[in-house]
Ligand binder design. Structure first.
Ligand SMILES: Cc1cc2nc3c(=O)[nH]c(=O)nc-3n(C[C@H](O)[C@H](O)[C@H](O)COP(=O)(O)O)c2cc1C
Length: 279
């Protein structure tokens, strides 16, 4: 289920301009005398009416305090408070007003929050994470993560892939040393996960395995867990250590854990025209 919260407005055009150009919301849908805006996971609608709803607070939250500060610099003239830590809610925030006098809040959650990302944000913010904090991943989160991983596509729906969770420190150490700096991230994570395929169940072990691995990586990020594709782990010494049959295929062994800090923006990507080719 999804939803939209609607407000009445008397300043239809001005409000649209403010939220789209000023704040950076996307115009998601226009319907008769209403428009609906999207910002991350949030949908807010405004309808042209004779009176305005100005109660409540519209909150935009960001991944870092710096982004809140950036918004403060932008909206200083209408801000009703300065950015500050709020110990009661464990947030960092400030308030401002929209052109109709509605309260808007810009904030950063200074603690771990439950999953909220929608598709585009998931794809745009996933990064390779190579440094992790010591926090263990609880069973409930892991179960929910693997529940999502059941839905990866496989050839003929053969479901040939499986996961091996590695928490033993000495094995993590061994894996982290197999290929120097390329495998080092495994040694910094509380666990690693090997994504494997039984070739007896599929004619396409590499494809099933790589798709399942990326499905795992995206699912993990949905729960705020960082991962990193580690290449060339389909090795005999790795299989022996993990007690995986020699003929099975290992797509990758990824470290898994909460990132020490929110990863910065992704390294530059080329324009769409690079990826879309006529010949
Ligand atoms: C096939 C493949 C092999 C990779 N091998 C490694 C690796 O062995 N070690 C590592 O730290 N990162 C590895 N990476 C991660 C890439 O360096 C990373 O995806 C790329 O720099 C883009 O950064 P991003 O994932 O943060 O967007 C690999 C990624 C892919 C897709």
């Amino acid at each position: 289920m999804n939803g939209v919260i609607f407000f009445q407005t008397k300043k239809y055009e001005e409000i649209r301009e403010f939220y789209v150009s000023g704040i950076g919301c996307e115009l998601w849908l226009e319907q008769a005398e209403c428009f609906i805006l999207k910002s991350g996971n949030q949908l807010i609608g405004f309808c042209d009416r004779d009176s305005a709803d100005t109660n409540g607070v519209i909150t935009f939250f960001f991944d870092t305090k710096d982004e809140v500060d950036d918004m403060y610099r932008k909206f200083k003239s209408t801000a009703t408070s300065e950015p500050a830590d709020n110990a009661k809610y464990h947030i960092y925030n400030f308030f401002a007003k929209d052109p109709e006098g509605r309260n808007i809040e810009f904030q950063y959650f200074d603690h771990r929050i439950a999953e909220y990302m929608n598709g585009d944000e998931l794809l745009l913010t996933r990064r390779s994470v190579r440094k992790f904090d010591d926090e263990q991943i609880d069973r409930v989160t892991l179960n929910r993560l693997f529940e999502l991983c059941r839905w990866a596509p496989t050839s003929h729906n053969c479901q040939s892939y499986y996961f091996r969770i590695i928490g033993d420190k000495s094995i993590l150490q061994f894996l982290s040393e197999t290929r120097g700096s390329s495998t080092a991230p495994i040694g910094r994570a509380p666990v690693a996960v090997a994504i494997c395929v039984d070739p007896g169940l599929t004619k396409r072990p590499e494809q099933d395995g790589c798709i399942a691995a990326y499905h795992f990586i995206l699912s993990a990020w949905y729960f705020g867990l960082g991962t990193c594709w580690i290449a060339a782990m389909d090795r005999d010494d790795v299989k022996e250590k993990l007690e995986i049959p020699k003929e099975h295929y290992i797509a990758t062994v990824t470290p898994v854990g909460y990132p020490v800090k929110r990863p910065p923006k992704a390294p530059e990507r080329k324009e769409v025209s690079w990826f879309l080719r006529d010949k």
